[in-house]
Ligand binder design. Sequence first.
Ligand code: CP
Length: 301
Amino acid sequence: MHKNLISIHDFSKEEILHILSVAREMEADKSQKLLEGKVVACIFFEPSTRTRLSFETAANRLGARVIGFSDVANTSISKGETLKDTIKMVSNYVDLIVMRHPLEGAARYASEVCDIPVVNAGDGANQHPSQTLLDLYTILETQGRLDDVSVNMVGDLKYGRTVHSLLQAMSHFSPRFCFTSPDELRMPEEYKEFLDRRGITYTETASLQEHLRDCDILYMTRVQQERFSDPMEYEKVKDVYRLERDMLEGVRPNMKILHPLPRVGEIADNVDDTPYAYYYKQAENGMYVRMAIIACLLGYR
Ligand code: CP
C-alpha cells in the first residue's frame, strides 16, 4: 500500500479494490478503535463540508484525535508563512495529514516535504482521490459490479476534479462514458487522450436529455463559480442544466444519480425522493471509505 493518497492514478486496481473492501468492513462495524493514541490533522485551505467533516468523523470513529484548521485567516499563513513550513510544523505534531488546497500539485508537494502520510482532499481542478474511492464504493454498492458500467458525467467537466479522478479510476473496469457539458466546459483533451490510449469509448453531447435513458450512473456536477477567472463566463453557463423529476421517465431501473455535492440547482429537490437519487447515501459512504483510507495508509489494514 502507498504511504500517501495524492492521485488516484498512483493506485493499482488491486489497491483500489483493497480499500473498497476495507470500507465495507468499516461500514459493517462503524467504531473500530484501531488508532488510539494517534492524531490526524485536517488542514483545509479551501471551504469544505463533506470532505473535512467525514475525514474528521472517520478519524474519531477509529479512535484517533483530530486537529486542524478550516480557515487560513486564523493561522500564520496569513502572516506569510510558506506551505512548506506549515506542513513541516504540522507533520511534527500528528501521524497523518489530510489537506485541501486550491493549487494543483499542492498535496504532492506537501508529501515531498514531510515524512508522514498525506491525503489529498482536493487540489484545485486536479484531483480528489478520496471522493473517487467513495464514488467507486457507491457504484459497486448500487450496481453490484464495477465492470462494464455506463457512466454519464454531466456539468463542469473542464474544472471538475471529481470527474477527472473518477474517469482515471474507472479506466480499470471497462466503462462506457458519456460527457454531457456545454462547449465551454468540455472534458479536457488530456483526459480524452487517456481514454483513447486505453481503448475506452466515450460520446460527447451538450444535451442532458440525449443520454439520460442509456446510463447506469448519472454523475451530476456543479458548475464551480470559484474556478472561473471571468465572472461573465460563469454567468453564461451557471444554469445550463437542471435535472427535474419528470425527466427521469424511461431511465434504466438500476440507474442511480450521484453527485459529489454541494449542488446549487442542477438537481431539483423533487428528484430527492425518487428511487434514482443516491447522493445522500453516497456522501455517507464517504465516511466509511475515509476510515478505510486512514487505516490503510497508517498500515492497520
Ligand atoms: N464533495 C466534496 O468535496 O464536498 P465538500 O466540498 O463539501 O468537501
